[in-house]
Write a protein that binds this ligand. Sequence first.
Ligand SMILES: Nc1ncnc2c1ncn2[C@@H]1O[C@H](COP(=O)(O)OS(=O)(=O)O)[C@@H](OP(=O)(O)O)[C@H]1O
Ligand SMILES: [Mg+2]
Length: 297
Amino acid sequence: MAKAGGVLKDVVKTVNECLAEAPRFGLKSPKMALGTTEVLEAISRCNSLGGPAGRFWTLDPVDGTLGFVRGDQYAIALALIEDGEVVLGVLGCPNYPMRKEWLNYHHRYHRIISKLTPPTSESWDKGCVIYARRGSGEAWMQPLLHVNKNLVWPNSAKPVRVSSIDNPALATFCEPVEKANSSHSFTAGLAHSVGLRKQPLRVYSMVKYAAIARGDAEIFMKFARAGYKEKIWDHAAGVVIIQEAGGVVTDAGGRPLDFSKGIYLEGLDRGVVATAGANLHDKIIRAVDASWDSSSL
Ligand SMILES: Nc1ncnc2c1ncn2[C@@H]1O[C@H](COP(=O)(O)OS(=O)(=O)O)[C@@H](OP(=O)(O)O)[C@H]1O
Ligand SMILES: [Mg+2]
């Protein structure tokens, strides 16, 4: 209980610190700091079940729970959904490495490497926030700088764009780390049939979406076991970010993910396929069709 009280105090403090920053974004701050009851009341208003009409936020406070507890990749994913369409997506990726090769390393190795390689002054070591607004044709990446052990968020976002690689032999595909979350054997078969030559990049969480948007990988595939229903908060932010960065995201039938049916991606056809471009996307979708019936999914 004492611990929960401490967390609540921290939450109230953080909420008020954020509200005090509102004028920087052209919004009004409340005249007085909010008390615990008011913050709890605001939180308990979060009861949307989604659906086709209206406007709501969807938040995954820790996406990639396993990655988080292992000190590896995880994401904080926030998206705004309006009338069933994702209109804004923000992905906080606190462990996203500056160098894409580091995404491959085992996290313990990565930790050692990052200790041995001090961050350079104008660059960053790890951690970024990626965001995009529907229809803007742009996605942005704000590096998180670690200054004197504190996270600093200077206003220095850079545009990100998907990779221009469309040759499968040069493309990297990423997928969930856990076999239980997506069939590694099915994606290995697909990879072989479309001519992907590189080892899969297995990364926890929606950092996979971030990797496609940043151009650090070209393909993301997830094929969960039959009966598993994907949740909107595990995809919404990533989908709009990849699309605005120039990529393609659909289900395995080539249809857009449907965020208008409540908390699940109802009607999702087999799995999720995100790619940097249309050519890779066509190839994957055709390969799924060709091999689906003989798969055990
Ligand atoms: N059985 C099963 N099949 C498919 N998907 C599942 C399954 N169980 C959970 N989940 C959801 O997948 C989210 C983690 O997906 P990842 O792509 O990060 O997978 S992995 O951790 O890299 O293996 C994970 O998100 P978090 O709970 O936020 O970690 C779940 O929402
Ligand atoms: Mg999640």
